[in-house]
Ligand binder design. Structure first.
Ligand code: DGT
Ligand code: MG
Length: 241
């Protein structure tokens, strides 16, 4: 059955190694369709939160629910089908650009592939490549810039049309023009789906419905950009220092 995309962490604690807690009693609820930005210093636990949601690991304590169902009672296959996960190192494999976009939906038609690419601003640069969508790229995506690889990953995610979108935003700098394309694409991608973005760019953070500030394995502040600045706490220090 189709899911609504509510995400709930209930008293989640997790450690990779015994005696070294990484997440400590984390609880939150994300409403269907909401966009959440996770921010916090390096090692705070941001990637760990999304790793638990995708069940790369299970928490030692607490539970994680999607639409009220404990994700441990869902098969991994159906869980991952509901989620579009984009990690920092965008995954490109050898094949054509179209194959790369079609990855999560192998039976997609060319029209669907193009439509997805257009929506996330990838169409234009693809059409400039010598064979357009049939251009071969290699595993390392070495013929593509980092920004272009990201746009391809966005097209892939959009085509898969997951209810839940997880994005570990790349830190690598891209040129100003690509930056604008990426920002627009993120806004379209997050529309009408529950999204969790480990956000590095201020524009992404400002556009989020809510921001969770992670510090030392806990959510220490929560609110939108303006509310958090007014607190003059962790968030304020992250963005004004
Ligand atoms: P980032 O990506 O540098 O901004 O940092 P976060 O916030 O994504 O941090 P995260 O969740 O990767 O790491 C939290 C803590 O857990 C940190 O002390 C490193 C540790 N850690 C992360 N991944 C692993 C792992 O696979 N094994 C072990 N033993 N520790 C890990
Ligand atoms: Mg991380």
């Amino acid at each position: 059955p189709p899911i609504k995309g509510e995400i709930r962490f209930e008293n989640v604690s997790f450690s990779y190694e015994e005696g070294k807690p990484v997440l400590k009693d984390v609880s939150f609820t994300i409403k269907p369709g909401e966009t959440i930005a996770l921010v916090g210093e390096t090692g705070a636990g941001k990637t760990t939160i999304i790793s638990l949601l995708a069940r790369f690991y299970d928490p030692q304590m607490g539970r994680i629910l999607i639409d009220g169902h404990d994700i441990r009672n869902v098969t991994l296959k159906s869980l991952r089908k509901q989620m579009g996960i984009m990690l920092q190192d965008t995954f490109i494999f050898s094949g054509t650009v179209a194959d790369n976009i079609r990855y999560a939906k192998p039976d997609a038609t060319m029209d669907e592939v193009i439509k997805a690419a257009k929506t996330v601003n990838a169409h234009e640069f693809i059409m400039k490549m010598e064979n357009g969508y049939d251009t071969e790229v290699n595993e390392r995506g070495s013929r593509l810039s980092i920004g272009q690889r990201q746009l391809i990953a966005f097209a892939r995610a959009l085509l898969a049309d997951p209810k839940i979108l997880i994005l570990d935003e790349a830190t690598s700098a891209v040129d100003t023009q690509t930056e604008v394309l990426i920002q627009e694409a993120i806004e379209k991608l997050t529309k009408d789906r529950t999204s969790i973005i480990i956000a590095h760019r201020l524009s992404t953070i400002r556009n989020a419905d809510r921001i969770f500030v992670i510090h030392n394995g806990q959510i220490v502040e929560e609110g939108n950009h303006q509310q958090l600045l007014e607190k003059r706490g962790f968030y304020y220090n992250l963005y004004t220092s």
